[in-house]
Design a binder for this molecule. Structure first.
Ligand code: SAH
Length: 360
């Protein structure tokens, strides 16, 4: 028997073509295509059996040809502030995290793009566990699908690629995933409500810039000069600050600089001045991130007062700046922390991963 096709790995247009072929082979009217398409993402069904609007015989015919793989929810933790953290197990036993952050009318879902991460940023829990593998399209977009399948469902309004992994090192899957997240025939989330966060993988930034939709780009800067950035982010050897800033400058939409506040390391007056200069040069918005202490290996958070002072120094230099609210402190909701608690750290499989970014 030929392998059943995973409909959740296809963009809406490809799924439509595939389903049209199947429906005509099965002698079904063409409106069935739209009925099934709608149940992939828009009003997700847990299985073909749950598509009760279809005749029973058609449901089993679809089941013979196609799969709709689930991610297995193995843990769910709820913070006192409403933040929720999910641990999903994948078919090969890998584990990934997803965090849901409600704020007023918005619910932001922080999703993972890789199992583990190869980049080893000094303060990051995911970096410490090493890289296992890239996620497939259905595993990245599936995180949104799974929380919409909960009872009651979580109605996600915003997406940030700030969970485990470096999205631009998995562009081959992230690119079609963006289509699924945004397309009204799939998850229908506005492009301006979808943010891709990267350490500055240049070909990925170029590829994102070529997409016509207004997806948002956030770049992890974390230090205003190479020497310090190098210590915090080993990837700086490959993508040095100067080139990353150049890419930010030519990106056709406004970018956000992420800057995690590390006590006594990158939070001094000199750093604030230099960061302000860089942000102005790139017309970037700066997001100061309080360090999430869990799993951050010897670093200490900058105090709230000092973060405010640092923010003021930037503002005085006409830089737009926001301090990110720390959420889920009681459930270790930062990048990679839940998986580390559950599975322990594991040796990396690849020291460096060269990624699937293809630039045309
Ligand atoms: N690889 C991408 C996206 C994942 S991490 C990137 O690095 O941008 C999303 C953000 O969380 C990054 O800015 C990352 O540096 C930051 N981060 C990692 N560990 C953290 C911690 N312990 N506390 C606060 N922010 C952290």
């Amino acid at each position: 028997m030929t392998q059943r096709v995973n409909l959740l790995n296809l963009t809406p247009s490809d799924a439509e073509t595939t389903l049209s072929g199947a429906m005509s082979e099965l002698g079904q009217p063409s409106y069935r295509v739209g009925q099934v398409l709608r149940r992939l993402w828009e009003v997700p069904a847990a299985s073909f059996d749950d598509m009760t609007e279809l005749p029973v015989a058609l449901r089993s015919a679809l089941h013979e040809r196609f799969v709709l793989p689930r991610l297995e929810l193995t843990e769910r933790q709820t913070s006192t502030d409403g933040t929720e953290k999910f641990l999903f197990r994948l078919h090969d036993g890998e584990a990934i995290e997803t965090v849901s952050i409600p704020d007023g009318n918005r619910v932001t879902l922080c999703i993972s793009s890789q199992a583990g991460c190869a980049l080893r940023c000094a303060f990051c829990a995911t970096g410490a566990m090493g890289f296992s593998r890239n996620l497939e399209v259905y595993e990245i977009a599936g995180q949104v699908r799974e929380v919409r399948l909960l009872d009651p469902p979580i109605e996600v309004t915003n997406i940030v690629f700030m969970g485990m992994g470096e999205p631009m090192m998995n562009w081959k899957a992230v690119d079609p995933t963006l289509t699924l997240l945004n397309d009204p025939r799939a998850l229908g989330i506005g492009a301006r409500h979808i943010t891709i966060s990267t350490v500055g993988v240049l070909p990925g930034i170029v590829a994102l810039g070529k997409r016509p939709e207004q997806f948002r780009l956030a770049i992890s800067i974390h230090a205003p000069w190479d020497e310090l950035r190098q210590q915090l982010m080993p990837i700086n050897t490959k993508f040095p600050l100067k080139e990353v800033l150049e890419a930010a400058k030519v990106f056709d939409r406004r970018v956000t600089f992420e800057y995690v506040m590390l006590g006594g390391v990158n939070d001094g007056i000199e750093q604030a001045r230099e960061l302000a200069a860089l942000a102005r040069e790139c017309r970037a918005f700066v997001n100061l991130i309080p360090l999430h202490p869990g799993g951050s290996q010897g670093f200490v958070p900058t105090s709230g007062n000092e973060i405010s002072r640092f923010a003021r120094l930037l503002r005085d230099r006409d830089v737009e700046v926001a301090v990110r609210k720390s959420r889920g402190m009681d459930i270790a909701a930062a990048c990679g922390q839940l998986r580390v608690e559950r599975l322990g750290r594991r040796p990396p499989r690849a020291a460096e991963q060269h990624g699937d970014v293809e630039v045309v």
